[in-house]
Ligand binder design. Structure first.
Ligand code: NAP
Ligand code: MG
Length: 496
């Protein structure tokens, strides 16, 4: 039967709603910064709201961090580094990390519900990815805290001192965990700035840090928007900077860091190629492509946003893909049946809407399934563009939304050339039954992470990071620990 003859899948049944209860979370009316072990008022008294993007309801007022607040946090971090934390043996530091990991596991439902409420991602994703990965990161780096001499044999390593860390809104707690765990295992203290639209799980983490009696000042959290992040980057008391976010802001930070020669890691944007050969297990590949671009509404730096499919199966593949996309359930992120949740903010929705309009105006063919978008909140239907040229904006620029472009190729060489034809280089995916083809491709793809016959898999022992405009430095594994350490060669910063 030709693929187009397949009847639509109508079973005449629907899912009963399965909403996760919000009774497990307790959101305060307002939150201060977390500095020196306590929640403190912002120096200016200024606050900003955080909302639930699925309902547009106001969740809490959040302290807007000024340069003065950043200074207080850096001062507290410095005192903790020169005081208890800096003197503590790695085996003791590790115990704190194990306690954080266990608390994240024990309170995972509360964290997952809060993450979904503040950011709009499906509860199944916050429950099954964000929380387990956050705990796993702390468990993994807890194990390294007392083994630094084995991790870096014949070298004497020392922490930098105070690390400034800035994270985005797509995986708020997980990105914080990826940054905090290696920094603390290595013996640094931290000032963390969460993203403006999703500060609540970082602030709940502060509650955990109080519960486990982490010494005051070891982790400080200053909330705010871009200006707060900029104040942190420019603070002269910062010894190491780590940033995850957009390429433009990353470049601005690199300029500032270079004037002071601060060690810097940048985890930036991506425009990953997801390559499907004709000899792949097609249904599994369809599922992988769907996961690759539509999970977390496409707000994923390593999302497989450019499908490259071998020409011989392209029509059949696109047909199956459209059918599968039409079965995705969009709606209440707290419902356990939901596949596609809310777009994180009105601003991001506008960016996605503009990019898709550009795609249409440049001549690409738009496919969107018929979905009822809820009246309130920020929503965008899963979208597939076919008839895409390499020159099209939607094939070149990161959209950071549920939008897939489809192009074809005839040979593996052409697939590599098209895949690498991007300023980014974070990730890529390959679907084929031939192991030799996977190895040949993986070697030629200019991407920090290459998945084969799967996509979007993470492990704390496995380094993650990019080439080119996707940044530099790695998170995860020993590669993720080393940027938080310097070789002690005597007489410089940090008391060595
Ligand atoms: P963004 O605008 O660059 O923001 C990232 C963080 O930087 C936020 O906390 C933001 O605060 C802050 N910030 C904004 N302007 C700043 C400035 N001038 N100085 C210092 N900090 C500043 O990025 P985004 O839109 O939130 O996140 C999406 C981007 O992150 C995408 O490009 C995505 O690919 C990338 N990303 C990369 C990875 C990776 O591992 N490679 C992982 C996740 C996301 P506000 O939120 O308050 O503006
Ligand atoms: Mg929010």
């Amino acid at each position: 039967m030709a693929p187009t003859d397949n009847p639509p899948e109508t079973f005449g049944i629907d899912y009963a709603p399965a909403p996760e209860s919000t009774a497990v979370v307790d959101i305060a009316d307002s939150y201060g910064h977390f500095i020196n072990g306590d929640f403190v008022e912002p120096s200016s008294g200024a606050t900003f709201p955080t909302v639930n993007p699925a309902t547009e309801t106001h969740l809490a007022d959040i302290a807007d961090g000024s340069a003065e607040d950043v200074d207080r946090a850096v001062t507290a971090a410095r005192a903790a580094f020169e005081g208890p934390w800096g003197q503590m043996p790695g085996s003791e530091r590790g115990k704190y990390l194990f306690r954080i990991a266990r608390q994240l596991q024990e309170r995972s439902r509360e964290f997952a519900v809060l993450e979904t409420m503040d950011g709009g991602k499906p509860i199944t994703e916050s429950r099954d990815l964000d929380l387990p990965m956050s705990a796993a990161w702390f468990f993994y780096y807890a194990g390294w805290a007392d083994k630094l001499e084995y991790a870096f044999p014949n070298r004497t390593m020392a922490p930098h001192g105070v690390a400034g860390q800035i994270v985005p809104w797509n995986f708020p707690l997980m990105m914080a965990a990826w940054k905090l765990a290696p920094a603390l295992a290595a013996g640094n203290t931290v000032v963390l700035k969460p993203a403006e639209t999703t500060p609540l799980t970082a602030l709940l983490l502060a509650d955990v840090l109080q519960d486990i009696d982490l010494p005051p000042g070891v982790v400080n959290i200053v909330t705010g928007a871009g200006a707060t992040g900029a104040a942190l980057v420019s603070h002269p008391g910062i010894d190491k900077l780590a940033f995850t976010g957009s390429t433009d802001v990353g470049k601005a930070i690199q300029r500032i860091a270079s004037t002071r020669r601060i060690p810097l890691t940048l985890e930036l944007g991506g425009k990953a190629a997801h390559i499907v050969f004709e000899d792949s297990a097609v249904d599994q590949a369809v599922e992988g492509v769907v996961t690759g671009i539509y999970s977390n509404q496409g707000h994923v730096c390593c999302a497989g946003s450019r499908l490259l499919v071998e020409e011989s199966i392209a029509d059949q593949f696109v047909e199956r893909l459209r059918r599968r996309v039409s079965t995705l359930r969009l709606g209440d992120p707290l419902d356990k049946n939901t596949d596609v949740g809310a777009i994180n903010s009105a601003d991001q929705l506008q960016r996605i809407t503009d990019m898709v309009a550009t795609g249409v105006s440049e001549g690409a063919d738009l496919f969107q399934p018929e979905v009822d978008l809820p009246d309130k909140g920020y929503w965008f239907p899963p979208t597939v563009f076919t008839g895409v040229q390499q020159s099209h904006t939607v094939a070149r620029e990161e959209i950071f939304g549920p939008v897939l472009t489809v192009q074809t190729f005839r040979t593996a060489e052409e697939a590599v050339e098209k895949a690498n034809n991007t300023p980014y280089g974070l990730s890529a995916g390959i679907w084929t039954e031939k192991g030799s083809k996977i190895l040949w491709m993986a070697e030629k793809l200019r991407a920090g992470v290459v998945w084969a016959n799967t996509y979007n898999r993470f492990d704390p022992a496995s380094p993650f990071g990019g080439y080119k405009e996707s940044g530099f430095g790695r998170e995860g594994g020993l590669h993720g620990l080393s940027p938080y350490l310097r070789e002690r060669t005597g007489g410089t910063r940090g008391g060595a």
